[in-house]
Design a protein around this ligand. Structure first.
Ligand code: ADP
Ligand code: MG
Length: 265
């Protein structure tokens, strides 16, 4: 009796492997066993089980497309290189961005660092490049420096830091926005250092910061850690320094009297 059940189960496994291959649905095949187990334990209806199976496959297929990768990356806004106004961005050469836009840096596992005061387009350019990368088939994740540190700290507390760094290593591009807005505690600085180190010559980072490298010692609370990090970050990197006034304030003349009083003129 037991032998018959085992045989049937084996046959079914083979049949599922064959059918999912014929349907070109590898994610469905991967998930089916686990979902069946859950369905049994949780008493799902047949329809619920079928929906769960199909949902896995649909999610996997979506994630394979550029749009899926863009959603997965969790950008705070959608920005493109095409809508970037070079006339406003002083000191930035169109060629530099055009070259970065070819994504050679991702294939070469190099980094890009955007430095400059608030509102000069650092995040915009970082997202623009990262969206290109998504469209070109690279997996990307976006977070602020504080966000990355929180994520790594969480992994560290549960003893999964190395596993998390390995997992992140499968992303050819990570964006670290806003290094420098919030100073790091020693523990956070160390975690961040580990991220940069783990990716060195293996996978790309785009980093943005409102602080020049000379002040990263303050950000990380330690000149030695900051120097070691900058060393790895910029060894193979394009460092782009943005200058000028905030684009956010471009249509406001903050030096003049408020609009209410100028109305009378
Ligand atoms: P930063 O990250 O340097 O503080 P952002 O990239 O967030 O600045 O830019 C602030 C806002 O101004 C965003 O909405 C961005 O799209 C826009 N912006 C900045 N610079 C430019 C530019 N040169 N051309 C078009 N939009 C810009
Ligand atoms: Mg920004």
């Amino acid at each position: 009796m037991a032998a018959t059940t085992a045989k049937t189960a084996r046959d079914l496994t083979g049949e599922l492997a064959f059918l999912t291959r014929a349907l070109k649905a590898p994610s469905l095949r991967e998930a089916a066993g686990r979902l069946a187990e859950r369905a049994r334990v949780e008493g799902w209806s047949h329809e619920e089980f079928l929906a769960a199976c199909l949902q896995r496959e649909v999610a996997a297929r979506e994630a394979h497309g550029g749009e899926g990768r863009i959603r997965h990356a969790r950008f705070p806004a959608r920005k493109s290189l095409e809508e970037f106004d070079y006339d406003h961005a002083r000191g930035l050469k169109r060629d530099t961005v055009a070259h970065l836009g070819t994504l050679d840096f991702v294939l070469a596992r190099e980094n890009v660092v955007f430095l400059g005061p608030p509102g000069t387009g650092k995040t915009h350019l970082a997202i623009g490049l990262a969206i290109r990368a998504c469209q070109a088939g690279h997996r990307v994740l976006f977070a602020t420096a504080a966000g990355w540190v929180a994520r790594l700290a969480d992994a560290h507390t549960t003893g999964r830091l190395q596993a998390e760094l390995v997992r992140l290593g499968r992303y050819p591009l990570l964006v670290v926005d806003e290094v420098g807005y919030i100073p790091f505690e020693a523990e956070a600085a160390n975690l961040f250092f580990q991220l940069v180190s783990a990716r060195y010559e293996r996978a790309s980072l785009i980093v943005t910061s409102n602080k020049p490298f000379g002040r990263w010692g303050e950000v990380f609370g330690d000149d030695v850690v900051a120097a070691a990090m900058i060393d790895r970050l910029v060894h193979h990197a394009e460092v782009v320094a943005l200058k000028g006034d905030s684009y956010r304030l471009k249509d406001r003349d903050l030096g003049r009297v408020p609009a209410a009083t100028t109305d009378q003129q």
